[in-house]
Design a protein around this ligand. Structure first.
Ligand code: DC
Length: 227
């Protein structure tokens, strides 16, 4: 059943996930992390040895993908399950991100996942985070945000996250990976990364997460979306 929808699209590392989850919590709405669907598909295809250019096999895998979302974990965020088994951390690696971007460029995969994403719409409201939420999946959303940040700033944020986890990281290599993924996501033929015509552009390069969340909530109030 349809209800109010806020879409938050933009390139990887701009803070969409954190912002979307915070906005959803504040409004008491549901949250869809559409990138997690592509990440789980990439993981599942790799485990089964399906090539990332095997369109029919990827589409079949997408159609029967056993993905589900669990409750929020304070450290891990929204828990993600593949056939009932926890994959929350497995899908957050750089390799999984790249695999997601590759399978997401396959047109039959995008059509296989379209209705599944729309099914997340709730009468009580939904915040949907991704690349094409405002352009393709929820074109009638009441508020569409396009959240960006410079590649340099996004690499810095990712670097800090990895170092905090005790991982090794190289800031220049991270920036190159981020730019390569931006290109792959923006240049694909189906539903490329681009702002919807009526999207509000927010550049988070020199904004804190709290400032971005407040800006989105203020826009939601202006549009009469929040109570
Ligand atoms: O938001 P993310 O980093 O978890 O997304 C991983 C990849 O999935 C991203 O590089 C492109 C793809 N993706 C997409 O094509 N469309 C979406 N709505 C969300 C993600």
């Amino acid at each position: 059943m349809s209800g109010a929808v806020i879409t938050i699209d933009g390139p990887g590392g701009a803070g969409k996930g954190t912002v979307s989850l915070a906005v959803a919590h504040q409004l008491g709405w549901d949250y869809l992390d559409s990138g997690a669907l592509y990440r789980v598909l990439g993981l599942s295809a790799s485990r089964k040895g399906i090539a990332f250019d095997d369109e029919p096999a990827l589409a079949a895998e997408a159609a029967q993908l056993g993905v589900s979302f669990g409750a929020d974990d304070p450290n891990l965020g929204v828990r993600v399950l593949l056939n009932g088994a926890e994959v929350t951390q497995d899908i957050r690696t750089e390799t999984a991100g790249k695999a997601a971007s590759q399978v997401a460029a396959v047109p039959a995969v995008r059509s296989a996942l379209l209705q599944r994403q729309r099914d997340f719409e709730q009468p009580s409201g939904l915040v949907a985070d991704g690349r094409d939420m405002g352009t393709t999946v929820f074109p009638d959303a009441g508020l569409k945000i396009f959240l960006t940040a410079s590649a340099e700033e996004r690499a810095k944020r990712r670097y800090k996250q990895l170092i905090a986890k005790g991982d090794d990281a190289n800031i220049r290599a991270l920036q190159q990976e981020i730019e390569a993924r931006d290109r792959m996501d923006s240049e694909r033929s189906v539903s490329p990364l681009r702002p919807a015509e009526n999207a509000v552009m927010l550049d988070s390069t020199s904004m804190s997460i709290d400032e971005v969340v407040s800006a989105v909530l203020a826009l939601a109030t202006e549009r009469g979306l929040s109570v």
